[in-house]
Design a protein around this ligand. Structure first.
Ligand code: GDP
Ligand code: GDP
Length: 461
């Protein structure tokens, strides 16, 4: 099984047309559950080599007493709950209407994973509508034409990583590969079936061999008095431990355990790039664990940089703090080295811990939660544009060749990590230094330390 995509949006935007194109004649048998799936059409979709389930919310034929709007809302909420990903469709020719905002609101409230598609975008008539769709603040819109089959490559490219991600997760969540060390079985089962709600926080602890990763994980498990450890059947490419860290359900990617399990005991062996990459891809928050004695080694820097480039939230933890004698001076040196060696992670928390004694682990937990929260943060378009005009005034953009670059409008296109689109008169002329000024400003003004921030400069004609 792969993932489930729900097509949502107001009537007449073209949902059924897309559904029919994706499904062809492969309509699935729909469960006859009263009130739930009866109104929703479900089908087996194909897009290139992708296979997934698609849900259409356009089932409005049945007459009921309920108002059209109420019914649409209820259907949409159902579909969102059933789906892993929502394709939110607007009509590019009509632009963004008030009725579309209702759906945007539902998606936001449900914290859904959203792909915005501006349909009917064939020809010129849809161009403005596609741009308007940025303003929904739900991500970079895809321009498609369901009727003419245009823009499907982009849809494919957008769905491809999701497909991989969900395949990975399913592999992870099968009983043979996942060690469930939580005490509440029912709860855990519920979680393994449902990726979207009450989803555990995915954390990877990465660092050089001997940094103390195993000790850290054992300490966390010990603290929670969870006695089960890794068991047979764990495959090398999907080792995660699930447990509660304080009140927080987490799934932790255990590179150390993986290595030990694989009987590669050579502690001097370098953490291979592929292990690191896998851990980073798994994680929402990456904890880079350093050995206080030998911090910021080449390998540590590489993995921290990888985490940033992959857009993960990063927390740096300096381990073995218990044996450090001159703590104050050492901390100053560490901070200085951090700023110098990892400027791309500016503002990321640096926490001193002792995996052995458990000291500092509560602070580490708080830092992880905060980093995750920041990584998911959304800034409203109104706030952003008020902020932007202040930034422009304080430091106007350059005027290459005497023509000033005009920045017109900014909106947050995505979260996890936060990504922003700025509409600009000559994007190709915008210097890197000005982008950096904006990114650093965003970080400071909206309190987003330690999370990668993406800025997309787009032209507005
Ligand atoms: P739904 O109510 O959202 O399911 O919308 P439908 O799929 O029934 O489509 C509504 C209308 O839009 C129909 O007349 C479709 O033929 C038309 N339509 C759908 N997709 C496109 C498209 O890509 N381009 C154009 N021009 N019309 C489309
Ligand atoms: P891994 O290879 O990253 O999993 O590292 P381990 O957890 O196996 O730890 C490597 C060595 O460092 C072991 O001898 C641990 O006992 C030691 N160690 C780990 N954490 C601490 C700590 O907080 N303080 C001290 N003093 N030693 C630690």
């Amino acid at each position: 099984m792969s993932f489930t995509l729900a097509i949502v949006g107001r009537p007449n935007v073209g949902k059924s047309t897309l559904f029919n194109r994706l499904v062809g004649k492969r309509l699935a048998l729909v469960d006859d559950q009263p009130g739930v799936t009866r109104d929703l059409r479900e089908g087996d979709a194909r897009l290139g080599d992708l296979r997934f389930t698609v849900i259409d919310t356009a089932g409005l034929e049945e007459a009921t007493d309920e108002s059209l709007q109420g019914r649409m809302r209820r259907l949409t909420e159902r579909a969102v709950e059933m789906a892993d990903v929502c394709l939110f469709m607007i009509d590019a020719r009509a632009g963004v209407l008030a009725a579309d905002q209702v759906f945007a609101e539902i998606l936001r409230k449900k914290n859904a994973h959203v792909i915005v598609a501006a349909n009917k975008a064939e020809g010129k008539a849809g161009e403005a509508g596609v741009l308007e769709a940025y303003a929904l603040g739900l991500g970079e819109p895809l321009a498609i034409s369901s009727e003419h089959g245009e823009g499907f490559e982009d849809l494919y490219t957008t769905l491809l990583p999701l497909s991989d991600e969900f395949a990975e997760r399913e592999k992870d969540l099968t009983p043979e590969t996942d060690v469930d060390v939580s005490e509440d079985d029912d709860e855990a089962e519920g979680k393994s079936r449902d990726f979207s709600k009450g989803k555990p926080l995915q954390i990877a602890v990465v660092g050089r061999p001997n940094a103390g990763k195993s000790t850290l994980i054992n300490q966390l498990l010990g603290e929670e008095r969870l006695l089960t450890g890794p068991e047979a059947g764990i495959t090398r490419d999907a080792i995660s431990l699930r447990f509660k860290w304080g009140d927080t359900p987490v799934r932790m990617f255990d590179t150390a355990g993986m290595r030990k399990k694989a009987k590669i005991q050579d502690k001097l062996e370098k953490l291979s790039v592929s292990d690191g990459l896998r851990a980073v891809k798994f994680a929402e928050v990456v904890v880079v664990l350093l050995d206080a004695e030998i911090p910021f080694e080449q390998q540590d820097l590489r993995i921290a940089d990888l985490a940033e480039r992959e857009g993960r939230a990063v927390v740096v933890a300096v381990n073995k703090w218990d044996i450090e004698e001159n703590k104050q001076e050492k901390l100053r040196d560490l901070k200085e080295a951090f700023t110098r060696l990892l400027p791309q992670l500016r503002g990321a928390p640096l926490i001193t811990v002792s995996a052995k004694t458990g000291r500092g682990l509560e602070r580490l937990r708080e830092a992880v939660l905060e980093a995750h929260e920041t990584w998911n943060r959304r800034v409203t378009t109104a706030q952003l544009n008020r902020w932007l005009s202040g930034m422009l005034e304080a430091h106007p953009p350059p005027a290459p060749g005497g023509k000033r670059i005009k920045l017109r409008y900014m909106t947050q296109a995505k979260t996890r990590p936060p990504g922003f689109v700025v509409m600009c008169s000559h994007p190709e002329k915008m210097p890197e230094s000005y982008s950096r000024y904006l990114v650093n400003g965003l970080r400071e003004s909206f309190n987003m330390p330690g999370t990668p921030i993406r800025l997309y400069v787009r032209s507005q004609s």
